[in-house]
Ligand binder design. Structure first.
Ligand code: A3P
Length: 307
């Protein structure tokens, strides 16, 4: 048990840190009960890496033949309902959902679980995994704001400096950051047809290229006719930060995260690359850069700090 970043403690399970609200219990239930299918697509991320963006993107890619852009489900359904988070889903449902009875032939799920803790049935199936990561400095800043906005109002949260210490020690939301990204990075090198490794910054920089790469991996590439009709552009516009953050379904109401209800609007803050420059001192940047460099050394994985 370690001091969490807010009022809660974090607990370590199989080498990774979990908050008590969203925590270990949900992960264990997923490991025990989730039955992956060969057709599934699992979006895996560390929190604050752009999950809320990639959920509607993969949903819109998958369902593009069935949905009209003017009345699209993304306009009226929260990303977290479009692509349900597995550990949360199993946490809330005491009577476990019968996933086999869901009608879609291809199911989209999301998880924050590390590669090494994924349920055996995911590893044994032929299902595909899309992993999205983001540079660690922006993940740190985004997590800090998120956990502070989520914290109880009457309790003093950790300062940036204290939270940074914890992050550098590896004690962070589903962290250590480096172990999480490395697990999926290595899996993507070993099973490129099953694990696609993507970066938030790449999607920001060249969205059409990376959206097409994503669709191809998911087994539903865009046809040249669709490209001519501007479907790629329509999907990107639909899922842009500006569009999503201004939708009523995303900026009002609450979302059940484990045992807590949190405002849906807190999943949207800036949606930019490089905000760490406004929050971290030079010493903090040097220290985190060195830790990450050392942890990732020899892996071939690097991060973009800006676009
Ligand atoms: P910031 O706090 O840096 O703004 P997650 O969904 O994994 O929790 O990640 C949340 C981060 O993604 C937040 O980052 C949020 O603003 C950003 N985000 C949400 N929707 C986005 C979108 N459509 N495009 C780009 N970034 C988005």
């Amino acid at each position: 048990r370690e001091k969490g970043w807010t009022t809660e403690y974090m607990y370590q399970y199989q080498g990774f840190w979990y908050l008590s609200t969203t925590g270990v219990e949900g992960v264990m239930r997923v490991q025990k009960h989730f039955k992956a299918r060969n057709e599934d697509i699992l979006l895996a991320t560390l929190p604050k890496s752009g999950t809320t963006w990639f959920k509607p993107l993969i949903f819109a890619i998958m369902n593009r033949g069935r949905c009209d852009f003017a009345t699209h489900p993304v306009l009226t359904t929260s990303p977290h309902d479009l692509v349900p988070p597995l550990e949360n889903y199993f946490h809330q449902n005491i009577a476990y959902p019968n996933l086999d009875s869901l009608s879609s032939p291809q199911l989209l799920f999301h998880t924050h679980i590390s590669f090494t803790s994924l349920p055996q049935s995911v590893i044994n199936s032929q299902g595909r995994i899309v992993y999205v990561c983001r540079n660690p400095k922006d993940v740190f800043v985004s997590t800090f704001y998120f956990l502070n906005r989520m914290a109880d109002k009457n309790v003093e949260p950790l300062s940036v400096e204290e939270a940074f210490e914890q992050f550098c020690k590896g004690v962070s939301f589903y962290g250590p950051f480096w172990d999480h990204v490395l697990g999926y990075w290595k899996a993507s090198l070993e099973w490129p047809e099953r694990v696609l490794f993507m970066k938030y910054e790449d999607m920001k920089k060249d969205s059409p290229f990376h959206l097409k790469r994503l669709a191809e991996f998911m087994g539903c590439p865009f046809s040249s006719e669709e490209e001519r009709q501007g479907v790629v552009h329509e999907i990107l516009k639909l899922c842009s930060f500006e569009n999503l953050s201004n939708l009523k379904v995303n900026n009002t109401g609450t979302f059940q995260l484990g045992t807590r209800k949190i405002g849906k609007h807190i999943f949207f803050r800036q949606g930019e690359v490089g905000d760490w420059r406004n929050h971290l001192t030079n010493d903090m940047v040097d220290r985190l850069n060195k830790i990450v460099e050392q942890k990732l050394s020899g892996s071939g994985l690097t991060f973009h700090d800006s676009v």
